[in-house]
Design a protein around this ligand. Sequence first.
Ligand code: SIN
Length: 475
Amino acid sequence: MKTQLFIGGEWRDGAEDGVIDVADPATGEVFAEIAAGTPADASEACDAAHEAQLAWAEVAPRDRSETLRRCWEVLMEHHTELAELIVREHGKPMADAKGEIAYAAEFFRWNAEETVRIRGTLAHAPAGANRILVHHPPVGVVVMITPWNFPAAMITRKLAPALGAGNGVVIKPPKETPLTALRIADLITEAGVPGGLVNVVPTLDSESWFDAAVDHQRVRMVSFTGSTEVGRVLLRRSADRVLKTVMELGGNAPFVVFDDADLDQAVEGAMVAKMRHSAETCTAANRFLVEAGVAAEFAARLAAAMRDVKVGSGFEDGVTCGPLINPTAVDDVDALVQGAMDAGATVELGGRRIDRPGNFYEPTVLADVAAESPIAQAEIFGPVAPIITFTDVDRMIEIANDTEMGLTGYVYTRDLGKGLAVSERIQAGMIGLNRGSVSDPAAPFGGMKQSGLGREGSTEGIYEFCETQYIATDW
Ligand code: SIN
């Protein structure tokens, strides 16, 4: 298990006066102590990333691409080991952890293919005298701040395109799940990523760490995945040096079920959209908007599917929902559920924390939830499905869009024309139309409104880590 800081291609100890305790969310027991980096460590990591980046940017795209492909192979060779690490520090079920590693590794394979296809353009100037030549050099040094809900994939979704485009990187993983980040750095070094190009510096003092990184003259970009609240703070601070930013922030996804939907398919999709990765995803279905004709039937079927969820440690056989990340997360989810009940929601299933060690909450289905209730405005990040019944499509769209978030939406109907029309009216960067999952390295992941800026994955993802330079050319 790697527990030191990774700076300049070397493993080293952190500050003497602090270590990061990593606890198993299924028991609450601390099982690892990790070196905590200081602002000075962050700054040194930026120096190292800059030095290494100068050489890396000169490496031929084909060779950078081959290195990325080798990273994909090495991560897949260590699939089980990495999944076990994720279950240990995050708590998600083993099947989800294995799925996450495949997803995480795929960002390397996908971006290996994109690395050799970073295109510029050449155009005649309209006046005819000269040419407009446009190309895309790397940004330089990129700071990445990553969340605990996907300890591997939210790193590789940024890291792979950043490296493909020719950048150097400094990563601040979350203090809850730093072990996967450190092991990934170790493995990609084995795969051929040059020392110093990727640095991993966990910390207990995120604010000072970030200040040091933003103030470092070589840093040119910040890529963040996490809450909108923290994203706003990082955006303000990044503005001091006019840094480029990509922000993947919170969600509040509506999951719309029309009367004509295939209900088996809708319930199956609802379970994926709500429960994957222990219901701790920013793409999670947060509000179920169900047309009146099928509302009771959908609620009963969803409750039956949620009743079959086995809650427990991600290592236990058959478990499909692990613990939440920490005790505060359980308190937050419980407060939202109690608030919804006080506002008149009826409990179809669950509605309580589970009385056992670890951070467990019962899979919960709430019917007759008021559209104005706090649970419909907050990002739940737990196994709770609030159902709101609708009769009028325009009113349903109003409710769906009555949020500052705009990451994901889901629509279930057998009428594809209606499904597409409604999808277009939902203000969200990603829509699952008769699908409960939108995540795919080949698709542009990102939000509208306060859910973020920029896109990750797809073809756009790699250009986020590039500058645009135009050369006015006379031949
Ligand atoms: C997230 O929850 O931040 C990402 C979800 C995903 O990529 O599927």
